[in-house]
Structure formats: C-alpha cells, structure tokens
Design a protein around this ligand. Structure first.
Ligand code: SAJ
Length: 418
C-alpha cells in the first residue's frame, strides 16, 4: 500500500515516518524544495524528539522519500497549515490548494484524509465540492474524511501511535476506509463518526484548554490584586477530586490553542462569548508580564533584562504565535531596557533580533525573565548566575525554575510580595 502525505510540517513529517516505519511506501510532498532536498538526504528541518533518527532510518531503507508534487497512491493525507486571516477567520487556502494538487492523481476508491484543523463543515462545504468539480462523486467515488491530529509537540511520535483517533467520514463507508488506514499503525482506539462532529471535537479540545488556561491567568490577576499566592491556590484547589485548574503563564501560544477557538467563533459569534473572553484574557498576558517587569525594574536606569526562552512552550523550537516572542520583541524595542535574549532551542534565522549565548545574556543582567519552561532552565547554576548578574533577581513566568538560594525568584502567581 502506498500513502501520499501532502505537507511535511510538524504533523505531516512524523506521520509520514510512522507509516513508513510500519512498512508502507510513503511519498512526502511539500511545496518547499529545501524540505524535500533535506528529507531525501535523511535529514529534517524541524525539532521533535526521536524524529531525526526515525526519518534517517526510513529514508535509508527506501520506505520514505520526498517529492515536490503528489503521486498516485491508495491514500492521501493532507497535513497543511490553516493559518488565520487578519480578521480572525480561518484561511483554508492551503487545504484547498493541497486538495487541488492531488486531483490529477486521484482514482476511484482512494482514501482522502484531511488532518489539518478546519472550521466546522469544511469537509462538506469546501473539500467535497472541489472533488465534485473534478468530475468525481465525493460521496461515492472516493473516501473522504477529516481525521484531526491531536498530538502534543515534544511527544508527537508517541502520541501519533497511542492516542485515540477520531475519524470523521463524509459517509459511514468513508469513515470505515479512513479508519482502516490508521488502524494499521495506531494502538489507541480509532473511532468513526461524521465529518462535522470530528471537526467540532478537535476545535473544542483546544478551546477547552484555552478557556481553562484563561481561568488560571485570570486567577493570577485577581490574586495579584488581593495579595494571594495563585500557585498555592491552584495547588490546593486541585486537591479536590473534580477540580483541575490549569497553569498560568505569559500567555497562550502555538498554532493550535491560540488559533482554533477563532474557527468556532467565526461560525457562531453571538453564541460564543465565553470563548471570546478567554482569548482576550490569554492575549492580555504579555502586557501583564511586561507591566510586572516594569515594576521589578522601575528603580533602575536602563536595566539589563535577560530574556530566557522564546518558544511558545518548553523543549520545542516553535515560535509560532509565541507570547514569549511578543514579550521579547516589545522589550527589545523599548529603549528603557538593555535586552539580551537566550534560547537554546531557537536559531537566529527564526527571529528578527540578535540571540545571545547564555554567558553573554546573563553578564551584568539585573533581571532574568523566564518565558519558556525548557529543561535547561530547570537546571540553572545559581552560583554562576549570581556571580555574573548585576543583581541576582529572576522573574519566572512558567513556575519552572527550582528554588536557587543565590537568587531572588519571583513567580507569575506570586507577585504580591513585590
Ligand atoms: N499553557 C498554559 N497553561 C497550561 C497549559 C498550557 O499556559 O496549563 C500554554 C502553553 O505554554 C502554550 C499553550 O498553552 O503556550 C499551548 O500549549 P499546550 O501544551 O497546551 O498545547 P499545544 O498547542 O502544544 O498542543 C495542543 C494539544 N491539545 C490539547 O492538549 C487539547 C495537542 O494535543 C493538539 O494536537 C495540538 O494542540 C494541536 O495541534 O491542535
């Protein structure tokens, strides 16, 4: 059996590798020739635990190869981005283009799966009509399904195999055929449903998380006003068997939680006030962090702030929609501050300002501002920091740095002792 995966990003590339490892012939397609060139050398352009080794292996044994345009296959998997327009509506152009790109190779009986996150009804209202225009019946000639990816960056290779998969076909037979594709590699349950239910479930999973994080972030603001330690409150409240308050932080980033709720909002503006407010609260956190940095440094002229971490969460290299990046940019652009930036997972070409080494970043700093919970920041040398910094003060917005006796550490939910 042959699978053609269109889009070799954080989802498409690991998905291709996993099917190849299971013995399928896989061709991975991407519009970026550099990605294909690298892949055919057994190399990859993204950071994900275990992926370099796996890709190297399956490319070397000939099961996975890259190509700049699709080929005939038994199943097509579309895993392209769905960015958001300036007016906060979904941009499904890449899904449309990918669907059009496979049309010349599409044959009766093929399975076509969209893994990209899409607004409710996109399979029926956008994807199916493209296939119909091509002269095929999208409900009979091919098996069309939405199978949302649900993997957590940093754990992608594990979760692609172990997570439950939702397979939403445009017909029951499409669900079954698409389900069988996943059953070959997934050890978790593969659950068949309708396309629109799959679309909505995916969006609600990430919205659930966004709304709950907003609650934690609101708690931080309330606590800071009332003089309560929010982390203690969360820890104690979570001792209740049915309570799970999420972790507050510098905001919500990434291409999923910070985007997906808008795909629901655009389809039901009047019915989604809670989801809309949650987005606003989470989007307000970078300003909240900056105001706290101002408070912490207000008595210093031109304080040196060492920003630690730019990614949207720890141990990944992804800076998409990263609140940490927004905070860093804002501080870099503010002449009141002398800003150094250190992130061991980010490369210079990903950002518009200069990155520093660890040593340069901390040298003479008045404040270390931790914005991502990278493992490197959980093992910092307090003695070295205290020796190199001008004032050994840290503001840990992720509550990830352990107590260091040499440093005064403020945490985001713990700012009342300022
Ligand atoms: N965050 C908090 N507090 C928390 C948890 C997360 O502030 O308690 C922040 C993170 O720092 C980050 C953002 O939220 O900025 C998102 O991080 P995440 O770890 O919650 O999720 P993602 O975006 O990396 O991946 C999510 C996952 N969805 C769910 O957990 C419901 C993943 O399973 C999805 O596959 C992925 O979105 C996706 O592609 O949709």
């Amino acid at each position: 059996k042959k699978i053609c995966v269109v889009g070799l990003g954080y989802i498409g590339l690991p998905t291709s590798a996993i099917f190849a490892k299971a013995g399928y012939e896989v061709v991975g397609v991407d519009v970026n020739p550099k990605v294909i060139e690298l892949l055919n050398k057994g190399e990859i352009h993204i950071e994900e635990v275990g992926l370099p080794e796996l890709v190297k292996e399956v490319v070397a044994n000939g099961k996975l190869r890259g190509a700049v345009s699709p080929e005939k296959a038994d199943a097509f998997i579309i895993a392209v981005p769905t960015p958001i327009h300036d007016d906060y509506t979904a941009n499904v152009d890449y899904v449309v283009n990918a669907t059009k790109a496979i049309l010349p190779y599409l044959e009766k009986g093929n399975v076509v799966i969209v893994e990209s996150t899409i607004p409710p009804r996109t399979m029926d209202d956008v994807v199916a009509p493209i296939i119909r225009e091509h002269g095929m019946d999208p409900y009979q000639d091919v098996y069309l399904a939405h199978c949302p990816e649900r993997v957590l960056p940093g754990r992608i290779l594990i979760e692609l195999i172990e997570n439950t998969r939702i397979v939403g076909g445009v017909t029951p037979e499409a669900s079954k055929q698409a389900g069988d594709v996943y059953r070959a590699v997934v050890t978790g349950d593969v659950i068949e449903t309708e396309a629109v239910t799959a679309e909505m479930s995916k969006l609600m999973e990430n919205t659930f998380r966004d709304v709950n994080i907003a609650l934690a972030n609101e708690l931080v603001k309330i606590s800071s006003k009332l003089g309560v330690n929010a982390h203690n409150v969360i820890e104690l409240a979570n001792k209740h068997p049915r309570v799970n308050i999420h972790q507050p932080g510098p905001g919500v980033g990434g291409h999923c939680l910070a985007v997906d709720p808008y795909f629901i909002i655009e389809k039901a503006v009047d019915e989604s006030p809670l989801i809309q407010t949650s987005r606003k609260i989470n989007n307000s956190m970078p300003d909240f962090v900056i105001s706290q940095v101002d408070r912490l440094t207000c008595e210093l002229g031109n304080p040196k702030v060492a920003v630690f971490g730019l990614t949207y969460k720890g141990n990944i290299d992804d800076v998409r929609e990263s609140p940490a990046l927004d905070i860093a940019k804002e501080l870099v652009g503010n002449s009141r501050y002398n800003v150094s930036v250190y992130d061991p997972h980010v490369r210079d070409e990903q950002v518009s300002f200069k990155l520093d080494t660890f040593e340069d970043a901390i040298d003479g700093a008045h404040l270390v501002l931790v914005l991502a919970d990278h493992n490197e920041f959980k093992q910092l040398d307090g003695e070295l920091l205290a020796k190199k910094m001008k004032t050994p003060v840290m503001f840990d917005t992720k509550n990830c740095v352990p107590e260091l006796s040499e440093l005064l550490i403020y945490r985001i939910g713990d700012l009342t002792n300022l």
